[in-house]
Design a protein around this ligand. Sequence first.
Ligand code: TRP
Length: 455
Amino acid sequence: MSRSVPSIHGQWSSRWAFILAATGSAVGLGNIWKFPYIAGENGGGAFVLVYLLCIACIGLPIMMAEVMLGRRGRQNPINSLETIAKDEQASPLWKYLGWSGIAAGFIILSYYSVIAGQAMAYIFRAFSGVFEGVTADGAENIYATLKQDPERLLAWHTLFMMITMTVVARGVQHGLEKTVRFLMPTLFLILILLVGYAASTGEYFNQAVSFLFKPDFSQLTSEGVLIAMGHAFFTLSLGMGAIMAYGSYLPKETSILQVSITIAIADTLVALLAGLAIFPLVFANDMQPSSGPGLIFETLPIAFGHIAGGEFFGGLFFTLLVFAAWTSAISLIEPAVAWLVENRNVSRRRACVYIGSSAWFVGLLTVFSFNIGSEWTLFGKTAFDLFDYLTANIMLPLGGLFIAIFAGWFMKQDSSTEELAITRPIFYHGWRILIRYVTPTAVVIIFLKGIGLLG
Ligand code: TRP
């Protein structure tokens, strides 16, 4: 039976509030910072195609499963899984799936805040006109100077984490809804403006379009496929319970299918627009698509340095990027905070301070991995690379896999029918086939091949 009581944290005021918050969680650094650079590192078109397939066949069904489980459990992911497992006569061990999600969210937050801090630093660089007339070399230098200075990175990382803690402390509805309502449309508009500028590069724009949309499968490795799948989880905020926690504040009558599709489409559009804004600049300036995590910081300033009003648009762009990162970071700590509040009788404010400051502390490793600690490696990866690989390519896909297995095999058909309440039977059965067979098989194969365990 689903719990008839709403969550103790309150409910979204409407379906739109949920869509905005979940889109706010989904759209973030993953779309604008990460997607372009991993697409660039993994050869473009074929990678993008696999990524899109993963969004549709793996991401979407798992998102529906997460929202459904959250709404049925009406608590933080750990307790929701425990309650539902009990109702369905499944093992109480399922609650540990919630724990691994909380751990993943915590690690992601630790480095997410460092990158968001870099975006914050860029707000000031853009507004103060540093980018005016900048060349590709100049832009690379500006980024290198920031990244190699541990004190600056630390200061921005600290500021970003403090702001995140403050917002989450105030609760889910206050502030968040209003911010996202203004943020999403404006971010969209600026991205379109940037794509417009990129289109003015003519042949380079065409080159970028074929780089992104003409699949060349010889460029794609098994690891690349794993990265594409991992990113589908990352960008939709899946596999760790964030969407489950948000789902627990969802009013009963909302269509889970509809909201999930809306969120996935919005998220994908933002990523593709970001790619279309960035790659023409990469080609026009003889830069490398595979230049890594600094890609947006090294390319977009060139655009802002050359368009009319570039200082203003540049400043606004990085401001919006920070807001987007912020609405994502909120969802990264929400499950852990909700758990502390519900189970340990801690006030919301304290819970935020505990989680935020511990994630801040772990984030120091990422801060140093860009400078004094760039030599500290494990399995040939710096702390930042390791955190990113471990979460996006291992923890999220495995978390998603178990969520799919739980929703598809351990939750009775009657329960998922009731909770999803999809009016057209064909859509419900389509979902169920995906979640029971397609999604788990695909995740297992891609995962094993990607880490090199399957030939
Ligand atoms: N989806 C966000 C982005 O693309 C990051 C994020 C927020 C996330 N919450 C998450 C990733 C939960 C994984 C799990 O920037």
